[in-house]
Design a binder for this molecule. Structure first.
Ligand code: CTP
Ligand code: MG
Length: 186
């Protein structure tokens, strides 16, 4: 139980880091350039910025590279054997990038749909808000390194993450709201 929790969080760290760091460093020019679609609504909205995107990718990748460095020193954490982002024919930098970028892409992709539904920036969309980045990260990682993905994201890891992520997401966002980097506590 504890073992699967540690492995699951370890694997997802490069995907978990980007969103909160995007909230800390975000702002400035929006990715959609302020443009609307033909429905008269923003393409993505002011909550998706270049600064947030780049900061998220950089810190997500930094986390993954530090994890790879940790593995060269120590193969375990609390005596749980840690998985690597390499192996099964995968390049660790590619896998880490796919996790980091995929998570922010999933978040942007759902912002696109939220705007099409007429939801304003920051409007809550339960379940989607908590899991869009997880599915984005999984999709990109699967495409980038299918064998690595299947070997590491086992059914029990996936189930653990589907339960754990919304809890972690809520805690992170309440903290983000309290310290003033997020406009809403979700
Ligand atoms: N952020 C950013 N760039 C991104 C993602 C996030 O700048 N690519 C920043 C924005 O300041 C955003 C905050 O992180 O307000 C929180 O992200 P999120 O909750 O995803 O955005 P919302 O403001 O809720 O917008 P949306 O309704 O589109 O989800
Ligand atoms: Mg939001």
């Amino acid at each position: 139980m504890i073992e699967i929790l540690i492995v699951a969080v370890w694997l997802m760290l490069p995907a978990y880091i980007p969103s909160p760091l995007a909230a800390v460093f975000g702002g400035g020019p929006p990715i959609d350039g302020g443009r609307n679609l033909s429905d008269g609504r923003r393409i993505l909205g002011d909550g998706k910025t270049y600064r947030g995107l780049f900061a998220g990718i950089i810190f997500g990748m930094l986390a993954g590279l530090l994890q790879m460095y940790y593995l060269t020193v120590n193969k375990t954490l609390f005596s749980v054997e840690l998985p690597s982002f390499a192996g099964y024919g995968a390049n660790s930098t590619v896998v880490i990038f796919a996790l980091a970028f995929g998570s922010l892409f999933g978040d942007m992709f759902m912002s696109f749909f939220k705007r099409r539904l007429g939801l304003k920036r920051g409007a809550p969309m339960p379940i989607i808000d908590q899991l869009d980045f997880v599915f984005g990260a999984w999709l990109f990682t699967y495409v980038a390194a299918p064998s690595w993905f299947i070997a590491n994201f086992t059914v029990s890891v996936v189930i653990t993450l589907l339960i754990l992520t919304p809890i972690l997401h809520l805690i992170t966002n309440v903290v983000g709201y309290l310290i003033g980097v997020k406009n809403e506590p979700w």
